[in-house]
Design a protein around this ligand. Structure first.
Ligand SMILES: Nc1nc2c(ncn2[C@@H]2O[C@H](COP(=O)(O)OP(=O)(O)OP(=O)(O)O)[C@@H](O)[C@H]2O)c(=O)[nH]1
Ligand SMILES: [Mg+2]
Length: 322
């Protein structure tokens, strides 16, 4: 028997995006210590909106606004020559490294988890470069283990939040018969069970009413994620890295979000060159900066209003996975 019309209308064709509608979106750079987050932040923010076009461009040393590269916008500006050109922007936050046990206060712990709570989406930076001079907190470079560590920390923090919320709602229910409290309690129990199965909230099949409640929680695992894999320049150039196949498999098993390979070293070198030198270098070495793709993909991953075509998933398209 065919499904009822009303039911098929309800069925979501794609996973709903949790989050908020805003023209002021923030994305946080998250990962273990020493994986290249600040280096990426510094190169990304060299792409900042020029000061005269956008006041308060640099908010704090670890927060900056970058404009969203958009050829349509540039074309319109060239055509109409407006007095001021203010394009869409993304606010990027460089967040200090998380370590195992951060949810319980290890490392720089809890305060950084609260910084993650304040952003709309996450750039999860993974270290896929080996360099004995750059210490890895867990000694050996293993990005899949790192993915497990960070995602577990975010989930554990969410469980802690939900448990506290359950206690609060329970207290309120003793004082009031409000139907809304019952709905919230039921939602909290479902979210807690989901997290305890080691699943991230953003991967749940939530209904519109659920999402309305979920959005008030600002859970860490509800935030959209883009994985940025930092590799050495040679691997980036030859589109091959020994860790990439395993990262790809892990990501496919945990939501299948976009993976963007990049090279901090290359980006830093390009940022230090004059534009024509950088162009020449890229042409001679057959490489391209990944920054513009990173910004566009980050913006479209968290933006509920504008959608850019971020292009195909570069990993599955052009990278050697096996
Ligand atoms: N060899 C190599 N070194 C890198 C690369 N990316 C970053 N580094 C170096 O790794 C060190 C740490 O880089 P940061 O960008 O400060 O790392 P981070 O993730 O911000 O670290 P925390 O702020 O401590 O969490 C610096 O000495 C960088 O120069 C890379 O792709 N290759
Ligand atoms: Mg840093």
């Amino acid at each position: 028997m065919p499904p009822k019309a009303s039911k098929s209308k309800e069925a979501p064709s794609e996973r709903p995006i949790l989050g908020r509608f805003s023209s002021h979106l923030k994305i946080g750079i998250v990962g273990l210590p020493n994986v290249g987050k600040s280096t990426l932040f510094n190169t990304l923010t060299k792409m900042s909106i020029p000061a005269e076009n956008f006041p308060f461009c640099t908010i704090e040393p670890n927060e900056a606004r970058v404009n969203i590269p958009d050829e349509r916008f540039e074309w319109l500006c060239q055509l109409f020559k407006p007095k001021s050109e203010v394009s869409a922007f993304l606010e990027i936050h460089d967040i200090a490294g998380l370590v195992r046990g951060a949810h319980a206060g290890q490392g720089l712990g809890n305060s950084f988890l609260s910084h993650i709570r304040a952003v709309d989406g996450i750039f999860h930076v993974l270290r896929a470069f080996e360099d004995p001079d750059i210490i890895h907190v867990d000694d050996i470079v293993d990005p899949v283990r790192d993915l497990e560590v960070i995602s577990a920390e975010l989930r554990l923090k969410d469980i802690e939040f939900i448990e506290r919320r359950i206690e609060d709602v329970e207290k309120s229910m003793k004082r009031s018969n409000d139907k809304q409290l019952k709905i919230e309690m039921e939602m909290c129990q479902r979210v807690k069970a989901w997290l305890e199965e080691e699943k991230d909230v953003r991967l749940g099949d939530w209904k519109a009413a659920d999402i309305e409640i979920l959005n008030t929680f600002q859970l860490l695992t509800a935030k959209p994620v883009v994985y940025l894999v930092n590799m050495n320049e040679r691997d980036y150039q030859r589109k091959k890295n020994k860790f990439l196949p395993k990262i790809h498999t892990w990501v496919q098993e945990h939501g299948g979000e976009t993976i963007i390979p990049f090279s901090c070293v290359l980006e830093r070198n390009l940022a230090d060159m004059l534009p024509h030198e950088a162009d020449k270098y890229c042409e001679e070495n057959k490489v391209q900066s990944a920054l513009s793709k990173i910004i566009k993909t980050g913006f479209s991953a968290i933006n509920l209003i504008y959608f850019f075509t971020a292009g195909p998933d570069e990993v599955t398209d052009t990278y050697t996975l096996f």
